[in-house]
Design a protein around this ligand. Sequence first.
Ligand code: GLA
Length: 345
Amino acid sequence: MSTVKITKEAFGSTSAGDEVDKYTLTNNAGVSVEIINFGGTIVSIHAPDKNGVTDDVISGYDNVAGYENNPPYFGALIGRVANRICRGKFTLNGKEHQLAINNSPNHLHGGPQGYNMQLWNASVEGSKLILHLTDPDGRENYTGTVQVTVTYELTEDSALSIHYQAKTDQATPLNLTNHTYFNLGGKASPNIYDHLISIAADRYTPKDETCIPTGELAPVDNTPFDLRTPVLLKNRIPLVTEGPPGFDHNFCLNGEGLRCIARVEHAASGRVMEVLTDQPGVQLYTGNFLDGVRGKSGACYQQHHSLALETQVYPDAINQPQFPDCVLKPGEVYDTTTVYKFSCS
Ligand code: GLA
């Protein structure tokens, strides 16, 4: 029986007048995670540093209005299809789909009414926060009604696990992720330059100027994308200059099954985050487009303030048959888990 507690309180209401609740998951190790049912969004993660001082290590806003206008997708659940679909087009079972172009010239993160903009039904079962969404046939021009359940659970060893399950009544691409941005230095830490990162990936997916993969699975050897041994981001970000400096790339993860795929460490605070997933890919995004976004308690998030590790199937997989399959069919169960585990060095 878990000793992790979950409490519930009001967080405000949407512009449409729907009430939003905030759930707080707290363990005995000093970690607490706040999640709202709007977008299934993680709004704070407090974790202790090496001296036992707890601080918020993620970016976000103070209120629902912030999350209703959230171009960086801070903290949110992302679907029906995370990442980009080339020009918003795909063909499945002979039917052509044209999706919204919300990241010109491509479709990004499920479109303007993606899962980050939906009010999820929430329930608590012991130490689990269970969120449910019915994503109807035709929303954002996707085919099929998808029933999605996302279960958040915090453990006493400070692992926040996100378990995604879904079923559909018609074949559909599906790629779910969470878009939390981390800065392990806490609220006052201005950027991620002093974060040490490693990602267990021998290959990555190079992309064109619109961020769509070229289709190649390129070896990381002798490139800035070789993160197999830890690197300080301040030494690597300036070497990745295809767009604004920094990473916004999918890494093809080594191995299979639930495994540790990335580690982030902030030496000054001693905070460490390990990422485990059973997914084939992860998007490392170093906040390249943050440009003074106003956030929690008057924060102003500048470029490279925080980083996201978005576990996923590779971007544009629906149009790239050599990539891992992203189609969910009737009768199948989509089932995937990602874990963010916090500790101190
Ligand atoms: C993803 C994308 C980025 C950016 C962010 C949101 O990580 O890959 O290019 O669009 O979402 O700002």
